[in-house]
Design a protein around this ligand. Structure first.
Ligand code: ZN
Length: 262
């Protein structure tokens, strides 16, 4: 599930493989960018902001540009060696191919693919709250933003990227479980918001640098989460069957004993 940590890892991968290199070709397979040719542009850096990816490019005599992409549920960037086999996903899901002398970066199922002036990045990411994995992470600001809508459910507020950027469905469910909070609790009634914000940041940060996501500390298949995607199975703490229901537009998972309705 691509959440802030996966996006952060992806940005690191693209930076490691592409930064400082000149693009020998670009091949966009989305209508809005079909005529764009980035041949000759140099990849300056790759960064993440919340769940958004920003690939910054420069070229002599031109204003720096940023290639923006979003993974949502199914997007992925992979890097292959020139001449190597592309083994990630079916070819028809490819949205862009960027080639340098030593790497071929292929973006599958990417969303919100856009090329903008780097000066205009804020048009795409300016609405985001503090980035949980960003250099400017600001927990106080995140709490302030959460408190602006005290009637919102905490389950929806945590995934609202305008409050804090990087949490998706997995970290939402796991954070709420670990804090013992019922997902439908209004933000204004959550006992210790700073502790919840800080816990969610630690969970994401602990999964940086690896592709497998664990909130329990175990990397064994089936043991990585407390409640996420465990409907009907026993709670790891109390044995009560985990519940699942729709919250906002997404599913949420919780233990009715450990996270009681107030
Ligand atoms: Zn429980």
């Amino acid at each position: 599930m691509p959440e802030g940590d996966t996006v952060w890892n992806t940005a690191q991968l693209l930076h490691r493989e592409l930064a400082g290199q000149v693009l020998e070709s670009s091949d966009f397979r989305v209508p809005q960018l079909a005529t764009i040719d980035l041949t000759g542009w140099t990849v300056a850096e790759s960064r993440s902001r919340g769940k958004h990816l920003l690939l910054r490019l420069r070229s002599d005599g031109a204003r720096p540009r940023t290639l923006h992409s979003h993974l949502r549920m199914d997007g992925v960037w992979r890097v292959f060696h020139p001449g190597g086999r592309w083994a990630a996903k079916p070819a028809h899901t490819i949205r862009v191919v960027l080639r340098t002398g030593s790497a071929v970066a292929v973006g599958y199922h990417l969303h919100e693919l856009a090329l903008v002036r780097t000066d205009d990045e804020d048009r795409l990411v300016g609405h985001l709250g503090p980035d949980l994995l960003g250099p400017d992470w600001d927990p106080d600001e995140a709490v302030t933003r959460l408190c602006r809508r005290p009637d919102a459910t905490i389950g929806e507020a945590l995934v609202d990227q305008r409050n804090l950027a990087g949490i998706g469905n997995l970290y939402k469910a796991e954070t709420l479980f670990l804090r013992g909070v019922w997902p439908w609790t209004p933000v204004g009634e959550v006992a210790d918001l700073p502790a919840m914000v800080s816990l969610s940041q630690r969970l994401l940060a602990s999964n940086r640098g690896r592709w497998m996501q664990s909130t329990t500390g175990s990397l064994r298949r089936g043991e990585q989460n407390y409640v996420f995607e465990r409907v009907g199975r026993p709670c790891r703490r109390c044995g009560t069957p985990i519940k699942m229901d729709v919250l906002g537009e997404r599913l949420t998972y919780w233990c009715p004993h450990c996270q009681p309705e107030p």
